[in-house]
Design a protein around this ligand. Structure first.
Ligand code: CTP
Ligand code: MG
Length: 336
């Protein structure tokens, strides 16, 4: 392990830049897909406003954060009066949408986050609608703002998400991590590079402040002023993919530390009191939510899936170091 953590990047790493960039480009959604998403949102707004004229619809998740690859589902939040009964609204909403041009409408009232699922045959897009999850709309803006600072974040996150999906480690119901968690891992990683590639927006002067669910969300959002922030760091995408997997395979202290995009640093598990298992929260890999700071995005990970995850990080790190054709081998589907 010590030997590996001091391992130097392969000499021909930059040979991999062109193929990694080609993978990134191939994952970017085409403009017509964005237009179809807008079209679906407009239809939903029309249907919803008849029943709830005061309510508003927001896009969140990868389709709004710029971390969406092509053919992604869209995530929509219906924001309305805070006192409503979410389950009732979900059922009513499903009813309204059912009677129109949409397909496969399902109300999931008993999920941790109750949603309505649907498919729009006109555009072929699937969509999840939740109620009053405004914190997700705000954390989506934070991610989108980070993505505007340095293009290497979006490149790295697309490659990491593509890897995680191919290898079957992007399944929260199986104890692996959400896409949202992987993007936070990428932001943290780029904040930690020396020179840093990303700043810590929540530690800077707040130009954007909202209070949601009693949580004050404040950060610097004039990101156009930061467009050359990372320019002193010349690392290429191939070097960063190598270093990302090397970091999670051999350098991260899983036992004692919490990654925190909010502070731009690592925190100790002890200061967060994330050292013991409480109920189902085991804290085997700790990723602090940037706003809901009592929420560990790693809480879905159990003693079996942590092993799977770490072995996948090690596999990826070894491929990046030794494999003749990493851009293929890295993404080979995992077959159980
Ligand atoms: N989210 C959250 N807390 C979580 C998981 C998700 O607040 N524990 C919110 C975030 O706003 C995130 C959105 O839900 O952007 C969607 O989460 P997820 O499906 O993990 O990410 P996407 O970026 O939509 O990824 P994909 O492209 O795989 O759908
Ligand atoms: Mg999504």
């Amino acid at each position: 392990r010590n030997f590996k953590s001091s391992m130097e990047c392969r000499w021909d790493i930059d040979r991999l830049n062109a193929p990694f960039l080609a993978i990134y480009e191939s994952l970017i959604p085409p403009e017509e897909e964005k237009a179809k998403q807008k079209q679906l949102l407009t239809l939903l707004e029309k249907l919803v406003s008849k029943e709830w004229p005061e309510a508003r619809l927001y896009l969140y998740g990868s389709c709004a954060s710029s971390f969406g690859v092509c053919k992604s589902d869209i995530d929509v939040c219906l924001a309305m009066d805070a006192d409503i009964d979410k389950s009732k609204v979900i059922l009513k909403l499903a009813d309204i949408l059912e009677s129109d041009k949409l397909q496969d409408v399902q109300a999931l009232t008993r999920a941790r986050v109750p949603i309505v699922k649907l498919m729009d045959p006109a555009t072929g897009i699937s969509c999840d609608i939740c109620i009053n999850n405004v914190l997700a709309v705000v954390n989506t803006k934070l991610l989108r703002d980070y993505a505007q600072i340095d293009v290497r974040l979006r490149q790295l996150a697309f490659i990491v998400k593509h890897w995680a999906k191919s290898r079957g480690v992007n399944e929260t119901y199986q104890g692996t991590l959400s896409s949202y968690a992987y993007v936070l891992m990428c932001i943290h990683f780029l904040q930690q590079r020396r020179p840093a590639i990303l700043p810590c927006l929540q530690e800077m002067e707040a130009t954007y402040v909202v209070t949601v669910d009693n949580i004050e969300c404040a950060f610097f959002d004039e990101v156009e002023k930061l467009s050359d922030f990372g320019s002193r760091n010349r690392e290429t995408i191939a070097q960063l993919v190598w270093a990302f997997f090397h970091y999670w395979a051999y350098c991260h202290d899983y036992t004692n530390t919490v990654i925190s995009v909010r502070t731009g640093s690592l925190l100790s598990k002890r200061t967060k009191d994330w050292t013991r298992r409480i109920g189902n929260d085991r804290h085997l890999i700790c990723i602090e939510d940037p706003f809901d700071i009592s929420h560990d995005l790693g809480r879905v990970v159990d003693k079996f899936s942590i092993k799977v995850l770490r072995e996948e990080f090690e596999r990826a790190a070894e491929i990046m170091q030794y494999n003749a054709n990493p851009c293929v081998t890295l993404f080979e589907p995992y077959i159980a």
